[in-house]
Design a protein around this ligand. Structure first.
Ligand code: FES
Length: 157
């Protein structure tokens, strides 16, 4: 006889199998097990954007030696926006600020493989927010170069 836990696992397996027919593994994985969720204290770059759908995405970026050391997000959006933000944050890590310019809507959609067409805008929202956070890093770096100051987040760790 199956326990409640075993039944739950069988049900989840069936749901996952059905979902795999519609969505890609990458989309399900990022949407249900997002990477880099939650804020960074004293980020070098931050942006908050509300899309036309009414959902909001926040992106936090920390730079170390000219490279994105950490990128994280928060969102009150749908599962597709969680997947898109998770992919965007993961794609940004280890890249230079210039290297992050290519993380746009189509790059995120490609990374997630099978985003439903009516949720492509969720990837656009994630990309736009990441790009604004990236620009803020670039702007604050320019300012630091002019003043010779060390960014607070890098000094504080
Ligand atoms: Fe608003 Fe997905 S429907 S972000």
């Amino acid at each position: 006889m199956h326990t409640d836990k075993a039944i739950e696992e069988i049900m989840m397996g069936m749901v996952r199998e059905k979902a795999m027919e519609i969505y890609s593994e990458a989309l399900i994985e990022h949407g249900t097990n997002p990477r880099n969720y939650g804020p960074i204290e004293n980020p070098d770059g931050y942006a908050k954007v509300t899309g036309p759908c009414g959902d909001t995405v926040e992106m936090f970026v920390r730079i170390q030696s000219g490279t994105v050391e950490k990128a994280t997000f928060n969102t009150d959006g749908c599962m597709f926006s969680i997947a898109a933000c998770s992919a965007a944050a993961e794609m940004a890590e280890g890249k230079t600020l210039a290297g992050c310019i290519g993380i746009n809507q189509s790059a995120i959609l490609q990374h997630l493989e099978k985003m439903p067409a009516d949720h492509a805008h969720c990837a656009h929202l994630a990309a736009m927010t990441l790009q604004r956070a990236r620009r803020e890093c670039a702007d604050s770096k320019k300012q630091d170069d002019r003043t010779g100051e060390t960014p607070q987040a890098e000094a504080g760790g």
